[in-house]
Design a protein around this ligand. Structure first.
Ligand code: FE2
Ligand code: FE2
Ligand code: FE2
Ligand code: FE2
Length: 407
């Protein structure tokens, strides 16, 4: 039995995460040398599409852990808490570099972008399928169709600029076709308001799903923000800006679904637990043995981070960690796998939905004064990159020699 397997021999052990039964790595043994930290990148030609999506997801999970901890450190007075946070944050910071540096330098920004949207589609679908809270599930399904459309727009951009077929990257595990058109995804900021669940009654799975999707969408937003200018092509530059703004909307809607009544320490505990849960999920499903070892090692690190937070909770707030968790296991695990039927089903029934007053309704039923109408008109005035890319790809296809201008 490996350290990561549950000690409970009843039932399906692999599909359940039982953090309280797991052994962590002592914190002093976690810091890595530069040589340990930075490993060989994966081979982009032979690596499974879902190994690439796990790398992208876990990079996002680590970045969120580090960024949130930094933001909180600015607002916390207790030196002991800040000390413990700094130690955990340094270990997570090193994790982030190990993981993001697994991406090969040979992948172009657009190739990586296609994988980012594949993460968004298949992660969101997996979370939605297993989300017990019906409202949160609706929020997930809603944004799923938008990221699904981004995959289609960016795939066409890549074909135009680099002559590469996006199905080589998705390995046909995820469909590439229109979703809710990006042109109608632009909404007034107040239309991204959402209701939040109640931490007292929400399941631990909902809390984990919330931390996971916020991390993933935030990572996507950060990636487009920091790389969208790297193309000389004006349409590509504008397409990245257009879609980065939708990711900003997605981060806004998802972060509001979590209960804002959690204390700082409760939030930190949930974040560290979610890191462990995601690494455990990755380790159980990883097909690349070298990368599986990284997931296993970091999972054991996260168990310690979680236990350190649990001790702080007890010391500072006088609370037992079970008061936060309310359950000692989380199931099922997060799995990257094809979700074509699920996505098609949501597409068929929900493509026309839009948010109004924190609920979703058919676009035909929206009131005339819906604030997003005016906002949309403003941002879409004078041309829409996500529409132009398709028009340009179609005319390139019709031209002699086809769409490719590269390779
Ligand atoms: Fe970490
Ligand atoms: Fe997206
Ligand atoms: Fe998104
Ligand atoms: Fe951590």
């Amino acid at each position: 039995m490996t350290m990561l397997q549950s000690r409970d021999n009843g039932g399906n052990n692999m599909a359940k995460f039982k953090p309280l039964d797991m052994k962590g790595t002592p914190i002093d043994d976690q810091f890595m040398s530069w040589n340990e930290m930075i490993k060989e990148p994966y081979d982009k030609e032979t690596t499974d599409a879902y190994t690439k999506t796990r790398v992208i997801l876990m990079n996002g999970i680590e970045n969120n852990s580090v960024i949130t901890s930094h933001a909180m450190a600015r607002l916390i007075r207790d030196d002991e808490v800040k000390k413990q946070m700094a130690i955990i944050r340094r270990a997570d910071s090193q994790h982030q570099e190990t993981i993001n540096w697994l991406n090969p330098a040979s992948a172009s920004v657009l190739e990586t972008t296609v994988s980012y949207e594949q993460v968004a589609v298949d992660l969101t679908a997996n979370l939605a399928k297993n989300e017990p809270d019906p409202y949160f599930k609706q929020v997930l399904d809603f944004a799923l169709l938008e990221d699904f459309d981004h995959l289609y727009r960016y795939s066409n951009m890549m074909m135009l600029l680099e002559g590469k077929d996006a199905t080589m990257i998705t390995q046909n595990k995820t469909d590439i076709k229109p979703g809710r058109p990006t042109v109608v995804e632009h909404r007034h900021p107040v239309d991204e308001m959402r209701k939040h669940f109640d931490k007292e009654t929400a399941s631990l799975k909902s809390k984990m799903n919330n931390e996971t999707i916020v991390s993933a969408e935030q990572q996507t937003m950060l990636f487009y923000r920091s790389h969208g200018y790297q193309y000389g092509d004006d349409l590509a530059r504008k397409l990245y800006a257009e879609i980065a703004e939708i990711e900003e909307q997605h981060v806004s809607q998802y972060e509001l679904v979590g209960d804002p009544n959690v204390t700082f320490l409760e939030k930190l505990t949930l974040l560290q637990l979610n890191e462990a849960y995601n690494y455990y999920s990755c380790a159980q499903t990883e097909t690349d043995p070298r990368i599986k070892k990284i997931w296993e090692r970091f999972c054991a690190d996260e168990i310690t981070h979680f236990n350190m937070c649990a001790q702080l909770l007890e010391k500072v707030e006088g609370r037992d960690v079970m008061d936060v968790l309310k359950q000692d296991s989380i199931e099922p695990l997060i799995v990257f796998e094809p979700n074509k039927d699920y996505v098609n089903d949501v597409l068929e029934t929900q493509v026309n939905l839009q948010p109004y007053n924190m609920e979703f309704m058919d676009a035909n039923k929206l009131p005339g004064g819906w604030l997003s109408y005016t906002y949309r008109e403003r941002v879409n005035a004078g041309g829409v990159p996500s529409e132009d890319v398709i028009a340009r790809a179609q005319s390139a296809l019709a031209a002699p020699g086809g769409a490719t201008t590269g390779e």
